[in-house]
Design a protein around this ligand. Structure first.
Ligand code: SAH
Length: 260
């Protein structure tokens, strides 16, 4: 990891500009990193790429940076959304952090029948997203939607985006929740078949999806039910596994350089 601090800022960035940091970032640079005037940091705002910046001044209230050269031009990752049902707080935090690291472009919290976590706090999520983006070197921040019901999300879905429904249950008509046999096809082969277009991954809550939700999901032409293997995973593990497979098969893990 680079030792140069990398900060997300909200203001516009251009070479020669001045930037007053907020209280938390000022504290971090002054007290935690113990930077001095003239020390270099990196800043990005999700829109204008990434710039070098120098500590210009330790003001009474805030550290002021002077923005230098642009180091990276703005870019964004693949068009991949994560839909997940909020779980308990630490697991939700983990899901959001890992989703940012794994390059999702949008995070959509979904309330399902068996979701029993309290509503998400947008501010807390935003803090996790910013920290993960700073750490992981990405230039764009994923958007977070306000929590909505599964029903409403499906009703408003743009059918040109494939929705991979991670479904651990099987298709035994007489078994509760679909049983464990006859699983959905494995995620890697389904993603490979769909290719690199706009995609979303849906992961359920701890208790999984209710039988009527599974049925409703499968009725939509844009849904692909997929399996993450024979073991039932915790929601947070399922998120990491599914996003990783998608990125490896259809996303930006494969090198753009010619293969030999
Ligand atoms: N209903 C299950 C647990 C659900 S696990 C039970 O209590 O027995 C939480 C979510 O992770 C599921 O809704 C599903 O979206 C995803 N998931 C976990 N393991 C999976 C697997 N092997 N294949 C596909 N999805 C899985």
């Amino acid at each position: 990891m680079s030792a140069t601090p990398r900060l997300y800022v909200e203001g516009a960035l251009e070479a020669g500009g001045r930037l007053e940091l907020d209280q938390a970032q000022s504290h971090y640079l002054a007290r935690v990193m113990r930077l001095r005037v003239g020390d270099v940091v990196r800043v990005f705002n999700g829109r204008d790429g990434e710039f070098d910046a120098e500590v210009a001044e330790f003001g009474k209230r805030a550290v002021v940076l002077s923005v230098a050269e642009r180091r990276r031009v703005q870019e964004s990752g693949p068009d991949l959304w994560l839909l997940f049902a909020p779980v308990k707080k630490s697991a939700t935090d983990l899901i959001v952090e890992k989703a940012v690291e794994l390059g999702v472009s949008r995070i959509v919290p979904v309330r399902t029948r068996w979701t029993n976590a309290p509503p998400l706090r947008a501010e807390r999520l935003q803090r996790i997203i910013v920290e993960a983006a700073e750490q992981t070197e990405r230039l764009d921040l994923p958007e977070v939607e306000t929590e909505a019901s599964l029903e409403n999300i499906l009703a408003g879905w743009d059918a040109s985006r494939v929705l991979f429904f991670c479904d651990e249950a099987g298709d035994e008509p007489d078994a509760p929740w679909g049983g464990r046999g006859v699983r959905a096809p494995d995620i890697a082969s389904v993603v490979a078949r769909e290719g690199t277009g706009p995609a979303a991954i849906l992961i359920g809550p701890e208790g999984g999806f209710a039988p009527e939700e599974r049925a409703a999901l499968r009725e939509n032409a844009f849904i692909r039910a997929v399996s993450l293997g024979p073991r039932v995973l915790r929601a947070e593990t399922a998120v990491i596994a599914a996003l990783s497979v998608w990125q490896a098969v259809a996303g930006d893990w494969p090198s753009k350089a010619p293969q030999n």
